[in-house]
Design a protein around this ligand. Structure first.
Ligand code: HEM
Length: 412
């Protein structure tokens, strides 16, 4: 039976997209949605192949989204300029340099946990997961404790794209406030005492290229947009998956090393980002149909992760899967070199997520802190959270109300 494109805008799809994705994979591996003029590819290998071919599938789609909010950044570039900029900004987010921010990440999480640890109940989304990533980025930029300010500006900037004239004005005001707030931090970047991320990327020179002030400000904006809501939703989805199967949660409590597995399996089973869009730079043929040049192609990682030809029992959240490269992200996605499949939740290839290790660290450090201070954690009776698709590409539980028994903070 032909898939009705209207199904993509139903509440049922937003609440449970897997049936539609399966129908696409099985019956319409290339699906054209006439309502939006978007071409969907949903099979695992097809998603990997599009990600990997940045010459035919351009990330310039971002010029119409983040580019409108914060200006041009590396995420929308396909050229060598992308490589140079990435070499400047990315090193701070991995390995030893990221480890240098470890205490800061833990402090940000502790501040949040302190605020609810004696209450016996918490909305994990509103009081924790929506706050931690923005607090951390703000602190990394050298503006500790200013997460609330940035959260509001970034929300207003994104809402400014919704089409409403009032929200557009509010969005432009927020952008101005955001830029003015960053401006002083762009001064005195050569001060060797300064070890914040802004100073580091302003000082960095790669192949004779340095970022100018506009690029630095735009990149700071990108960090909040790319690293805020995504990590928020990752933490919430991970907890939702564990708490709705209390045996799994108990297993993780007994063996905290399994938080790593829980994070990886969440990225596969309930990824916060379910798809990415590209523009074709030439006509391409898929399954006997030609996609014209300049068309919008949507690659669905959410669907690829449920591809039965890659993952056994794909709908099951399994902490011990042998068919997922657990605890480590595979940049190449397919994992062909190691004979193991990876989740594609951080993308693949050129634009592979810069913050993949930071997101995992925040989720795990934060979650461990919560379990040290809160016992008997359970989903509040009567609340029935479930993840929904938000916009085109996000998936998350909106609210995660939990009850728990406070544990005395022995460090005080
Ligand atoms: C679990 C949380 C996260 C998810 C699910 C996620 C997802 C993604 C995905 C799918 C891409 C590839 C985009 C594409 O190919 O079109 C990406 C790129 C990117 N992410 Fe993340 N991300 C997360 C956390 C973060 C964090 C914490 C940061 C902040 C450092 C960050 C910064 C970026 C940047 C700057 C890019 C663009 C890289 C480039 O163009 O080379 N992300 N992310």
């Amino acid at each position: 039976m032909r898939l009705d494109p209207d199904e993509l805008s139903t509440d049922e799809y937003r609440r449970n997209p897997t049936a539609v994705w399966k129908q696409m994979r099985d019956e319409h591996p290339l699906f054209h949605d006439p309502n939006t003029d978007v071409w969907w590819l949903t099979r695992y290998q097809d998603v990997v192949d599009v990600f990997a071919d940045h010459e035919t599938y351009s990330a310039s789609t971002y010029e119409l989204s983040t580019g409108q909010v914060i200006g041009p950044t590396l995420i929308s570039r396909d050229d060598y300029g992308h490589v140079v900029r990435r070499k400047i900004v990315a090193p701070d987010f991995v390995g030893n340099r990221l480890a240098g921010y470890g205490q800061m990440i833990s402090d940000c999480a502790t501040d949040l946990v302190d605020k609810f640890a004696s209450d016996g109940e918490v909305d994990l989304v509103r009081q924790f997961s929506a706050r931690l990533p923005v607090d951390v980025i703000s602190a990394m930029l050298g503006m500790e404790g200013e997460g609330d300010l940035f959260r509001q500006w970034v929300t207003d900037m994104i809402m400014g794209l919704s089409g409403s004239p009032e929200l557009r004005v509010k969005g432009l005001e927020a952008k101005e406030a955001f830029c003015s707030h960053i401006a002083p931090a762009l001064q005195n970047v050569d001060d060797p005492q300064r070890m914040d991320h802004i100073a580091k990327i302003a000082r960095a020179e790669v192949e004779g290229h340095r970022l100018d002030e506009e690029e630095i400000t735009a990149f700071c904006g990108l960090l909040f947009i790319a690293g805020g809501e995504t990590t928020d939703k990752a933490i919430a989805n991970m907890w939702w998956n564990l708490l709705r199967q209390p045996d799994l949660f108990d297993e993780v409590l007994a063996n905290p090393a399994l938080w790593d597995n829980a994070f990886s399996e969440m990225m596969r089973h309930t990824p916060p980002v379910t798809s990415e869009d590209r523009f074709t730079t030439a006509p391409v043929e898929w399954y006997g149909t030609e996609i014209p040049v300049g068309a919008r192609v949507r690659i669905s990682m959410g669907s690829a992760h449920r591809d039965e030809s890659v993952f056994a029992n794909p709908d099951q959240f399994d902490l011990h899967r042998s068919d997922l490269h657990l605890t480590k992200e595979l940049r190449s996605g397919a994992g062909a070199e190691e004979g193991r499949s990876g989740h594609l939740g951080f993308g693949v290839g050129k634009h592979f997520c810069i913050g993949y290790e930071l997101a995992r660290t925040e989720a795990i450090v934060g979650s461990k802190l919560i379990t040290e201070r809160c016992a008997d954690i359970a989903i509040k009776k009567g609340s029935d959270p479930y993840p929904v698709i938000v916009g085109n590409a996000f998936q998350a539980v909106h609210q995660l109300e939990l009850t728990f028994t406070p544990v005395a903070d022995l460090s005080k």
